[in-house]
Write a protein that binds this ligand. Structure first.
Ligand SMILES: Cc1cc2nc3c(=O)[nH]c(=O)nc-3n(C[C@H](O)[C@H](O)[C@H](O)COP(=O)(O)OP(=O)(O)OC[C@H]3O[C@@H](n4cnc5c(N)ncnc54)[C@H](O)[C@@H]3O)c2cc1C
Length: 378
C-alpha cells in the first residue's frame, strides 16, 4: 500500500481536475490527483473540440471570458498550442424564427463583448457558399474557435505533473471517508491518500463521488456521439453549430470533417458506444447543411460520457454539507472551453475562500429541494 499525505486530493484527471491541480501547484499547494484510467482519456480527450463562447448562458460567459485569453496563450500554460485556432463560430438558422432567436441572444449577451454578427440573405450566401439552401443565415462570433481535445487534455495532465502534482493513473478511488477535518481516499489496497481538502472532478461520475460523502446532487448521463470523415478538400474553416441543436461540425487542417449532434448508448462497465440511428441522423443533417459532404466516407465514430444537469450549468463550489469538499462536475456538454478558467476558480475558492469570477449560479446545492430527471447509468 502506497500512502500519501497532502493538502489537496483531486479525483479525476480530466481537464477540470488537471487545470485545478496545475493552478494549485502554481501557488505551491501540495496536490495528489487520482485517475481511474489515463489523464484526459474520458470526455476531456474525446470531445468535439469546440472552443466556443457563443450560445452559453450569461452565467457561464463570465467563466468563458476568463478562459478566452488562456486558449490564445495555451503553449505558455501547457507546452503545446493544442491545434487551437480562432476560426470563428457560426450558429446557423433554418428559419426566420431561428434568426429572431439568434438576434435575441446577441442582445442578451451584449455586455460580454462577443462581437456577434447576424448574417442573412445575400451577405450570408456570399460569405458562406458552402451551406445548403435550407440554411438561411446565422450568427457569427469571430473570436471563437476550435482545438484538438486529444492533445489538450493529455497535455494539461502532463503540465500538472511537471508542476509537481503527484498524478496517479489507473487508480480508481473505491472509498472516501471523513478523517478529522480532512479526507481519507482509498484505491483498493494499492493507494491511500490523506488530504485536508478534496476536489471532486470525476466528470460523469461526480454525483457518485458526492453521494459517497452524503451530498445528493442530481445529474443524468448521456453519451454525445462524434463522426469523423476521410480528409476532404477545404469546405469550411469556421466552427459550426445550429440554432435548436442537432448538429455541429468543423473541418480540421488535414481535411477531415469532425461532426456530432446525437447521442449513443451505455455499453457497460463505464463504457459507451454510438447508436446507429443517431449516426444516420447526423450524416443526413451534414449532407443537408454542407452538401459537399454528401458522399464523404466516415472513418471513425465514438461516443463519450458526459454528466448533464437540469439547467445545463455545472456544479462548481464547496459543498454546503461537507466543509473542504469542492465539487466541479456536470458540465453538460460544454466544459472544454471553460475548463482552464474553472481550474483557476477552484484554486481561488480553495486558497482564498472566494473567486474573482462569479460562480454563485453553479452552487452544488441549488437543486437540493428539487428532483432531477431520471438518470441512465454509464
Ligand atoms: C463527445 C463529446 C463532445 C463534446 N464537445 C464539447 C465541445 O465541443 N465544447 C465544449 O466546451 N465541451 C464539449 N464537451 C464537454 C466536455 O468534454 C466536458 O464537459 C469536459 O471535458 C468535462 O471535463 P471533466 O474533467 O469534468 O470530465 P472527464 O474528462 O470525464 O474527467 C473526469 C475523470 O474522472 C475520472 N474518474 C471518475 N471516477 C473516478 C474514480 N472513482 N476514481 C478516479 N478517477 C475517476 C474519469 O476516469 C475521468 O478521466 C463534449 C463532451 C463529449 C463527451
Amino acid at each position: 500500500m502506497k500512502n500519501f499525505d497532502t493538502d489537496v486530493a483531486v479525483v479525476g484527471a480530466g481537464l477540470i481536475g488537471s487545470a485545478t491541480a496545475l493552478a494549485l501547484r502554481q501557488r505551491g499547494v501540495a496536490v495528489v490527483m487520482l485517475e481511474r484510467d489515463l489523464g484526459g482519456s474520458r470526455a476531456s480527450g474525446v470531445n468535439f473540440g469546440g472552443v466556443r463562447r457563443q450560445g452559453r448562458s450569461p452565467a457561464q460567459l463570465h467563466l468563458a471570458a476568463r478562459a478566452h485569453p488562456i486558449w490564445a496563450d495555451l503553449k505558455a500554460k501547457i507546452g503545446i498550442d493544442g491545434e487551437y485556432v480562432r476560426s470563428g463560430h457560426i450558429k446557423l438558422a433554418r428559419s426566420q424564427a431561428d434568426l429572431t432567436a439568434l438576434a435575441a441572444y446577441a442582445a442578451r449577451v451584449a455586455d460580454f463583448d462577443l462581437g456577434l454578427e447576424i448574417l442573412e440573405g445575400r451577405a450570408f450566401r456570399e460569405r458562406y457558399p458552402c451551406f445548403g439552401p435550407e440554411i438561411i443565415g446565422g450568427s457569427f462570433c469571430p473570436g471563437d474557435g476550435q482545438a484538438n481535445p486529444r492533445l489538450v487534455a493529455a497535455a494539461y495532465a502532463q503540465a500538472a505533473r511537471q508542476a509537481g502534482c503527484e498524478v496517479i493513473e489507473r487508480c480508481p478511488v473505491t472509498g472516501i471517508t471523513r478523517e478529522g477535518d480532512g479526507f481519507l481516499l482509498r484505491c483498493g489496497d494499492a493507494v491511500a491518500v490523506r488530504a485536508r481538502r478534496l476536489v471532486n472532478a470525476a466528470g460523469a461520475w461526480g454525483a457518485g463521488i458526492a453521494a459517497a460523502l452524503g451530498d445528493d446532487i442530481p445529474m443524468r448521463f448521456d453519451y454525445p456521439t462524434i463522426l469523423v470523415t476521410e480528409p476532404l478538400p477545404p469546405i469550411v474553416s469556421v466552427n459550426i453549430g445550429i440554432e435548436g441543436g442537432g448538429f455541429y461540425g468543423r473541418q480540421v487542417e488535414r481535411g477531415n470533417l469532425v461532426m456530432g449532434g446525437g447521442f449513443g448508448v451505455a455499453s457497460g462497465d463505464g463504457a459507451s458506444r454510438p447508436d446507429s440511428g443517431a449516426l444516420a441522423r447526423i450524416g443526413g443533417r451534414a449532407a443537408a447543411i454542407l452538401p459537399a459532404t454528401r458522399h464523404a466516407r466516415v472513418i471513425r465514430i465514438w461516443a463519450g460520457i458526459e454528466g448533464y444537469t437540469a439547467d445545463k450549468n455545472p456544479f462548481i463550489g464547496e459543498s454546503a454539507n461537507v466543509p473542504g469538499l469542492f465539487h466541479a462536475f456536470g458540465f453538460s456538454g460544454g466544459g472544454f472551453q471553460i475548463a482552464p478558467a474553472v481550474g483557476e476558480v477552484l484554486c481561488e475558492l480553495i486558497c482564498e475562500g472566494r473567486s474573482s469570477t462569479p460562480v454563485e449560479a453553479f452552487r452544488p446545492d441549488r437543486f437540493q429541494q428539487q428532483s432531477a430527471e431520471p438518470g441512465r447509468t454509464p
